[in-house]
Design a protein around this ligand. Structure first.
Ligand SMILES: NC(=O)c1ccc[n+]([C@@H]2O[C@H](COP(=O)([O-])OP(=O)(O)OC[C@H]3O[C@@H](n4cnc5c(N)ncnc54)[C@H](O)[C@@H]3O)[C@@H](O)[C@H]2O)c1
Length: 273
């Protein structure tokens, strides 16, 4: 278990959407938070320190790992990307963070993986972390690679980890797919909190959703982790309908996008240079 009173936790990508939410949710209980991002992080609390750095700057990453017991690795390229940036940050940068953590004696890593690690499964099928990955693009491929690295770090070096296959993290569900895949801010905080506190997660992969009525997941490892999500995308059904979202078709298991990954499996990959 990582001790919220005594242990230092490093959060990468702390200026981002999930990082900002985690800061707000964790800082009252976690006494020593070190934050890093390439962008500024505003309004530091007394128990937060901030290091501005590019995650691909290995000396900077090694230095920020000093006295850190656990890492929550969120930094990465999200959304539209060039192949060069994806390789540089989500592959090489991920490697540098994991290696620097290993060399510094970090005991636990929480990794922001993604449901794009299994985005090619049909949305009508329930997915589980126990199934073979089916990434829906290079973004998902590197998330699977990160999970695989962490498997290797556990088997060879005993570093415990929880990879979170995060669905649609937003303040509210945004579309039909997120009726199944939404992860609310409060549930995201709980997910990371229990992943840090768990006495021994081994090398666990967990699906990161809220308690949505239309979940398409089975055995998401929530009971093992002790995660009990409270929010439900269904509570926003009327609001989504008012925005023109067809919220009724999923009752018949008819979905706008036929795979878990939404539009990703059908988006052309960036051409190589
Ligand atoms: N938001 C979602 O729905 C979702 C779903 C699945 C997975 N994830 C994963 O969760 C993580 C956080 O996502 P988010 O929604 O907060 O994204 P975000 O874009 O809001 O935050 C990512 C942060 O990483 C930082 N960053 C990017 N490149 C960097 C670099 N080279 N060095 C240092 N910092 C860098 C950015 O400045 C940004 O603050 C990402 O790894 C993403 O792949 C997010």
């Amino acid at each position: 278990m990582i001790n919220p009173q005594t242990d230092r936790v490093l959060i990468t990508g702390a200026a981002g959407a999930i990082g900002s939410t985690l800061r707000r949710g964790l800082r009252d209980h976690w006494r020593h938070l070190r934050l890093t991002d390439i962008r500024p992080v505003p309004d530091l609390a007394d128990n937060e320190e901030f290091v501005v750095a590019d995650i691909t700057d290995r000396p900077a990453v090694e230095s920020m790992m000093r006295d850190v017991r656990a890492v929550v690795h969120l930094a990465g390229i999200v959304g539209s990307y060039t192949l060069e940036d994806l390789f540089r940050v989500n592959a090489r940068g991920l490697f540098d963070v994991l290696e620097a953590a290993r060399l510094a004696g970090v005991e636990r890593i929480i990794f922001a993986s993604s449901n794009h690690a299994f985005g090619c499964y049909p949305i009508t099928e329930k997915v589980s972390p126990a199934l073979p990955p089916r990434p829906d693009g290079l973004y998902g491929v590197f998330k699977v690679w990160g999970e695989t690295m962490l498997r290797n770090y556990y088997d060879r070096h005993g570093i415990r980890s929880v990879s979170l296959r995060i669905g649609t993290f937003r303040p509210q569900p945004i579309d039909q797919r997120s009726l199944a895949t939404w992860l609310s801010p409060a549930d995201a905080v709980q997910l990371v909190d229990v992943a840090l506190r768990h006495p021994d997660p081994g090398c666990m992969v967990v699906n990161g959703y809220s308690n949505n009525t239309r979940l398409k997941t089975v055995d998401p490892n929530w009971a093992t982790l002790g995660y009990k999500p409270n929010d439900n995308a269904e509570d926003y059904r009327a609001a989504l309908r008012a925005q023109g979202v067809d919220v009724d078709a999923p009752d018949r298991d008819v979905w706008e996008w036929p795979e878990h990954g939404g539009s990703f499996p059908r988006t052309p990959e960036k051409p190589p240079r």
